[in-house]
Design a protein around this ligand. Structure first.
Ligand SMILES: NCc1[nH]cc(CCC(=O)O)c1CC(=O)O
Length: 340
């Protein structure tokens, strides 16, 4: 098979040369979850890879994770990387060559498995949260909802911020993959509205269901929101280099700042922690960090800036500022199901 590099001849890097030799043997096996969202994100990874390396064959390997099997409250299981365990294992034993993950679901309180590396981050999607109402609902925004209205979400981060905004709302646990969640919203009428990620809804073709996009000031995103990461074995140098070809450098810097903060706060995707890093118009890195009590009544906020080569320092600094503002006890006080 011939590889026609996109763009200039210099585009033929060692990675494409390496992969040209491995290609005839079998397609690259990309593992990920079975959900519509995971498949949509994998499609994005595959399309980007094949636009850089035309002729590259990639096969998607869907994997059911513990979090997909468990229908209860994930915080009761500890919430630590349950969307990843089986995928990590498949990658470590060589059943797959690479894995696609939503960075939001990658925990910050346990180290990544030894020998695995995120070799590519795709350019970040929109990070706003969005509100969806059941079909035929007379409401179209959170502001219009009457006292006691039921909002469905399983994210403690969303619950805390909704209650901070509207303490009179009744926030209920509502789990599941995006499409089944929307079906339940319309059919069962258990809740009056759902809050979901705008980018996730758009990725599965459901953006027409969005009635309200929530401002960042009302709903600070999760660490890693809207970022798809591609992981592989560190020792597979050819695959590492191949994936690096689709790495989005600015997104990598933002993820480094956000996840450094998350590590320092010992948080995971079900912690009441929010944060967002972006590059300002004058080229500075801006990082916002927030932690909440579960009822949203107590929170700590920090916002700092630094140069793009100081993403790590910025993450550590914002975490330290939050810690000085009692972040640990605010978070700890909210862990209702903490194990002894
Ligand atoms: N926890 C599930 C999950 N992981 C990533 C996304 C959405 C896309 C993203 O922010 O990466 C979602 C669904 C949601 O929060 O509505």
């Amino acid at each position: 098979m011939t590889i026609v590099p996109s763009g200039s001849p210099q585009a033929l890097t060692p990675a494409t040369a390496y992969f040209r030799d491995a290609l005839p043997k079998r397609p690259l096996r990309l593992g990920g979850r079975t959900s519509h969202l995971a498949r949509a994100y994998a499609r994005r990874v595959i399309d980007t890879l094949t636009s850089v390396v035309p002729g590259l064959r990639v096969e998607y390997v869907p994997i059911t994770t513990s979090a997909d099997r468990y229908k209860g409250d994930l915080s009761e299981l500890g919430g630590k990387g349950l969307f990843m365990k089986e995928i990590d294992k498949a990658l470590m034993v060589g059943e797959i060559d690479a894995a696609v993950h939503c960075m939001k679901d990658v925990p910050g309180d346990v180290p990544l498995p030894k020998g695995l590396v995120f070799a590519a981050y795709m350019q970040r999607d929109d990070v706003h949260d969005a509100v969806v109402f059941p079909e035929g609902s007379k409401y179209s925004s959170i502001e219009e909802l009457p006292t006691g209205a039921r909002i469905g979400t399983s994210a403690v981060r969303r619950k805390a911020q909704l209650l901070r905004w509207r303490p009179d709302l009744n926030v209920q646990r509502f789990r599941g993959n995006v499409i089944p969640r929307l079906t339940r919203l319309d059919e069962d009428r258990e809740v009056d509205a759902l809050v979901l990620a705008r980018g996730g809804l758009a990725a599965v073709g459901m953006d027409h269901r969005i009635s309200q996009v929530v401002a960042m000031e009302k709903m600070c995103p999760a660490i890693g929101a809207g970022v798809v990461g591609v992981q592989c074995r560190k020792a597979d140098e050819g695959i590492v280099e191949l994936l690096q070809m689709i790495d989005h450098a600015e997104t990598r810097t933002h993820i480094l700042a956000e996840r450094t903060m998350l590590h320092a706060l010992q948080g995971h995707c079900n912690s009441p922690i929010a944060g967002h890093c972006h590059t300002t118009q004058d080229g500075q890195l801006s990082l916002i960090g927030m932690v909440f009590s579960r009822d949203g009544a107590t929170f700590a906020y920090a916002h700092e800036w630094d140069t793009p080569d100081h993403a790590h320092e910025l993450g550590a600094y914002v975490a330290a500022t939050l810690t000085r503002k009692n972040a640990r006890s605010i978070i700890a006080g909210t862990r209702l199901h903490q194990r002894p």
